[in-house]
Design a protein around this ligand. Structure first.
Ligand code: SAM
Length: 332
């Protein structure tokens, strides 16, 4: 795993030069297209146009070429700097790091594992992550014609299914903060023929490219624990969700069966880093995975955080004895 420079002042002075690939592009210049406006779903775009061929024009202006590259990416700058947060600390796995430093460290993890991410998921979970995701999708209530945002969507497991479920009249956005992960997802979904999906680099904490009240369904799967300010992320999710819409958070949680918990700890802290080393050439990232799971809020705490952000009728469903939980909340 690439080392993050500890000198944060230097990071700021060099305009984030040490940050990973996602920030190597000129600021505000999305690849493949010159769009700097906030991202709008096709429905929003078309409603602001008034001639009769508005729908096709809206789509064409969203994608001046096909296949689409990434959409506006103006919010992946780190919202946490020494100016905003001073020396305040947060967790990066078990380590305490400056808030200003965490985003770059997380970026290093996912840039390092992106190409092997899917195979590692299958190996580490014995394929069970597919069942967890399927269960989350079954709670989504997704319907044809809806607008869906998959946040921290990475390689696109959920977005791929939603693309099929919302159909041609619907629309899916696969968003992630990390260009390497999103690139894997983009290639995979385009190869699968998903032509109602846009790919947007965005920080879950701000979701800056997205307008208020613009999605029927939001999902974040195994993403929230990586976010520096989870409360801010939940507030942003509430902002972009339409009234009547729902949020699903699929995330590792606290096992509710003690003997399983012990075996799971042994597995996580011994087998995962070894597998990471052998398959992805990176044990540290998988050590972080194990640690970040332990540092993530438990079921009740996350439910309370969702309520604090404004979500109503929040509940959660434990999967595999609480190793994972799906939280659900609604915007009234
Ligand atoms: N959702 C996918 C899945 O379930 O397979 C990918 C999950 S992967 C474990 C976590 C993802 O969260 C990575 O793609 C990472 O880049 C993304 N991520 C981390 N911090 C983020 C942030 N602040 N905003 C958006 N995405 C973030």
């Amino acid at each position: 795993m690439a080392q993050v420079q500890s000198n944060i002042m230097q990071e700021q002075n060099t305009d984030n030069e040490q940050f990973t690939q996602a920030t190597d592009l000129p600021q505000g210049t999305p690849q493949g297209q010159q769009m700097t406006q906030p991202y709008s779903t096709p429905a929003q775009t078309s409603s602001t146009q008034n001639n009769s061929d508005q729908n096709s024009n809206a789509q064409a202006s969203q994608h001046s070429h096909y296949p689409p590259r990434f959409n506006p990416r103006d919010d992946i700058n780190n919202p946490h700097t020494l100016e905003t947060d001073g020396l305040e600390e947060t967790h990066f796995g078990y380590k305490k790091v400056k808030k200003a430093e965490k985003q770059a460290r997380v970026a290093d993890v996912f840039t390092s594992v992106a190409k092997k991410y899917d195979i590692m998921n299958d190996l580490m979970s014995f394929g069970i992550h597919r069942l967890w995701k399927r269960y989350a999708i079954s709670l989504s209530g997704v319907r044809a014609g809806q607008h869906v945002l998959d946040i921290a969507g990475g390689t696109g497991d959920l977005a791929k299914v939603f693309s099929r479920e919302v159909g041609r009249s619907g629309h899916v956005v696969l968003s992630d903060i990390n260009e390497a992960m999103l690139e894997v997802g983009r290639e995979r979904l385009l190869n699968a023929g998903c032509n109602n999906v846009d790919f947007v680099l965005a920080n879950a904490e701000t979701l800056a490219p997205f307008e208020d009240n613009s999605f029927d369904l939001l999902t974040i799967s195994f993403g929230l624990r990586n976010v520096t300010d989870k409360d801010a992320a939940l507030r942003s999710m509430y902002r972009v969700l339409k009234p009547g819409g729902r949020l699903l958070v699929l995330e590792f949680s606290k096992p509710i069966f003690e003997p399983l918990s012990k075996a799971y700890d042994i597995y996580s802290f011994t087998a995962l880093p070894v597998m990471g080393k052998l398959v992805a050439g990176d044990s540290e990232s998988y050590q972080y995975l194990a640690e970040s799971i332990r540092m993530h809020p438990n079921q009740q705490t996350l439910k309370q955080m969702m309520e604090n952000a404004g979500f109503e009728n929040c509940d959660y469903h434990n999967l595999t004895a609480g190793i994972v939980a799906v939280h659900r909340g609604f915007k009234k």
